[in-house]
Structure formats: structure tokens, C-alpha cells
Design a protein. Structure first.
Length: 71
């Protein structure tokens, strides 16, 4: 299932500590993939399409909204 989610950036509250701009919201698109054992039930995994970084962990409580893509 392909999904796009807008997620609140956890670094945004400390953006004044960074030398580069920090976005308040990030958008990620990918396929939902099985969650490894070390990922909590409060999160899910989304594929990235990159070899060295195959999936990202998305905390459910950080999601602003999402869109399911038809395949």
C-alpha cells in the first residue's frame, strides 16, 4: 500500500539551535513495510527507495495527515 504522510518535524521546537532552516512539517511517500521487532507498536515503517536507508520509522502521534495512493 503506497502512502503519503505529512509529519511534524521533532527538531522544529529546537530550530534556533541549528545553522540551517528546519521545516515544521516533512512529507514522506512510500510503501508500508513490515515493522522490525525493535520498532514500537506506536509507529510504522515506510519504504524510502534508497539502498542504504530502506525504510523510515514514522511515529503515529507525529502524523498531521495522510493520503493513500491507488496502485
Amino acid at each position: 500500500m503506497k502512502l503519503s504522510v505529512r509529519v511534524r518535524n521533532s527538531l522544529y521546537d529546537k530550530r534556533h539551535l541549528y545553522a540551517y532552516p528546519i521545516r515544521e512539517v516533512n512529507t514522506y511517500t512510500g510503501n508500508v513495510v513490515p515493522r522490525p521487532n525493535w520498532v514500537e507498536d506506536t509507529a510504522f515503517c515506510l519504504s524510502t527507495g534508497e539502498k542504504g536507508f530502506k525504510f523510515r520509522v514514522i511515529e503515529r502521534n507525529s502524523i498531521i495527515d495522510g493520503l493513500l495512493h491507488e496502485q
